[in-house]
Structures are given as structure tokens and as C-alpha cells.
Write a protein of this length. Sequence first.
Length: 410
Amino acid sequence: MKINRGRIEKDFKKITSISSTKLGCTRLSYSKEDKEVRKYLKEQLLEIGADYREDSVGNIRAKYNPKGLTTKSLLIGSHIDTVPNGGKFDGLTGVVCSLEVLRTIKENDIELGNPIELIIFAEEEGSNFGVTMIGSKYITNKIGIEDLKNLYTDSGETAYDYIHAQGFNIDPEKDFPIQKGKELGMIELHVEQGGVLDKENISVGIVEAIAGMNSVKVSLKGRANHAGTTPMNMRNDALLAASEMIYKMSEIALNYETAVITVGKIHAKPNASNVIAGEVDFYIDIRDVVQENIDVITKNVEQLCYSIAKKDKVEIEIETIGSSKVVKMDRELVDILEDEAKEKKLSYKRMNSGAVHDNAMLNDIIPTAMIFVPSIEGISHSPYEDTNMEDILVGTELLLNACLKVVNNR
Ligand SMILES: [Zn+2]
């Protein structure tokens, strides 16, 4: 059974041509480009006889079930939206490869013991309303229609009104939530968005866990003063204190094998080159695949900040503004993926994901697993995002073989 490279390339070409901009791809959910891509994908689905449905927020489910079985489905797929000026591969790869899996099954007339459903999530990137994974949160009942009335576009329109105005019919009657015990599971193929596979020259990653995260805001208050007239020993410099905190917390992360700490956002006041900063706010992003570590690291980072604030005589306030738990992939599905990779002698490794995916939203409801394909130089959310077609083919082959194992053995 051979994956058809030409068909995959044609899908990529067609879809990216619809949504290409001068710099990369822009395909925001509910946009003109998004609707055109949906139309193309629906045509492809009809061609293989996969009936599709679309829910209130634009998630699509298409069941390939030629024998009309009433047994549980295995879900495969990903998202089709991009960030503004994003790449060609984030999200779309999982959708195109899953579609190709269904085409290959049909072409070879393979009997299925359970149906396979292609699932296409809407609004994963959070480009419209500032909240990520709206589609997968909606389909798993983590948010509902009422919540859509409290999410806003930059111009102040609610998500509910905006989605409706773009021609999507919001009607709970036609929704199809994912429910406990009703599906076999979900396997999502996605680009790694990091540089591990590319650096190690490995074709596919089998994800074991998605990192959990704590988001912490630190607010410092010193005293703004003249940069020329205030001797070094008479300052309460909030920015200097922040610098020491940020530098030293990176050393804490180094004590843990898989932990990462990032400060990517900082505001200094008054933010003038000749004034000692009187106030500084910065945001810490702490991630690991070991839940216990996240909690211990957060505590250690907080203690570090308190002690530097005390030494530098600045006031400090620390607030946890967000957190998500570590998500472990389903052991059985991970083992199936690994067995298939071994059997077919594919170049693979077990690994973790630092980024959150739609799949994580389903994980508390049904068994989930993920396949990663390499991102060249680890670049993603960028027009320069790239993945070798050879690796995409290996990933698709693994997805196909794992799907057949799952649907024919359960
Ligand atoms: Zn993605």
C-alpha cells in the first residue's frame, strides 16, 4: 500500500495558493480563504464518499464508513487555520495527511472494523478572539455558545456575532460533541514546531506528553529617578532587579532535564533612556512534562524574585495568571505507533511536545496520541516554516498503519 505523494503535493499546492500572501500563508478561521479551503476539502471528502458535518463554530467531521458500521470511530485530523503570515505546514499537514490516509484506504479497498473520521478543527490559533483552540474546546464542551458571547474581536464584535456574520450557522441542534466512551480515540499528526527531529535527522516523533505550564506575572515597584544625578548606591531600580531575576531563573531551569523558563514580555515605566525605571511588570512562562517539576520550579522562581527584591529594596507582587496541566498521551496508542514504526523500520523517536495542540483538549475524554514530523531548523508560525515531503510521507505511512491496527483490532 503506497501513499500517493502527488496527491499530497497537489493538496498543499491548491490550499496554499488560496491563502498565500506576500509573506507566507494567512488563513484565519471564518475568512474568505478559510471558506474556500473548506469548500475544496469538502469536495475531496465527497469524492471518497465520506459524509461531512459542520458544527456551530466550524469544526468539520467526515466519517469514512463504506460498510455503514455502527461501531465507534477513530478520529484523525488537525486544524486548518494559520496565524497571520504563518507557514504552510502548521495544522494543514495533519489535515492533508489524514485525508490521504482515507484516500489510500478507499483506493486499496481495505476493510475496516470501525469507521475512521477526519476531524478538522476551527480557530486553533486564536487569531480572531485572542483565545486559542476555540474549535476543540467547543467540541469537548469546555466552552459553550454562551461563552462565544463573551469573546471579542479586536474591533469589539462578539465571537458569536462574528462567526454568525461570516455565514456560519450557530445552532446547537447540529453540533456533535466528543463524548466519553463514544470514540476509539484520536491520532493527530502535526509538525513539531521545534528543532529536535531536524537536528537529529529523524523522520517522525511519537509524542508521549504535552508540557504543562504556569504563567506568572511579576510586578516591581522601585523609584523613578534621574539617570545622571542618582549615585548607584542610592537607587531603587526596578529594571535592574528584574534583569537579575530573569537571568538567574534561567539557571533554575537548567537543573531539570525537560523544563523551560521564558520571559518574553516586559514593560518598564516610564520607559525613558535617561530615567531609572520606577516600575516593571514581566511575565514568566514555565513549562515541563513533569507536573511536580512545574510546581517546584514555580516556587523556586518566586523565592528567587522575593529575595532579589528584598536585596534591591523594590516592592514586589507575584500573581499566577494561568496554568495548564501536563497531558499524557494514551499509552496503548503510543505503543501501537511505536510498534508500527519499528516494524516498518521507520526513523522515529519518542518525545514530548512543548506546544499545546487541539489533541490536548480531547485527552480527558478519549484516548489521544500524536505524530510529529520535523520542522526544518525548528521554525514555525513563520513564513519560513518548512518540512521535507519525504518526512511527511513517512508520517502519513505511520498514521495509516496505526489507524488500521486500531480500527481492526478493537
Ligand atoms: Zn498547529
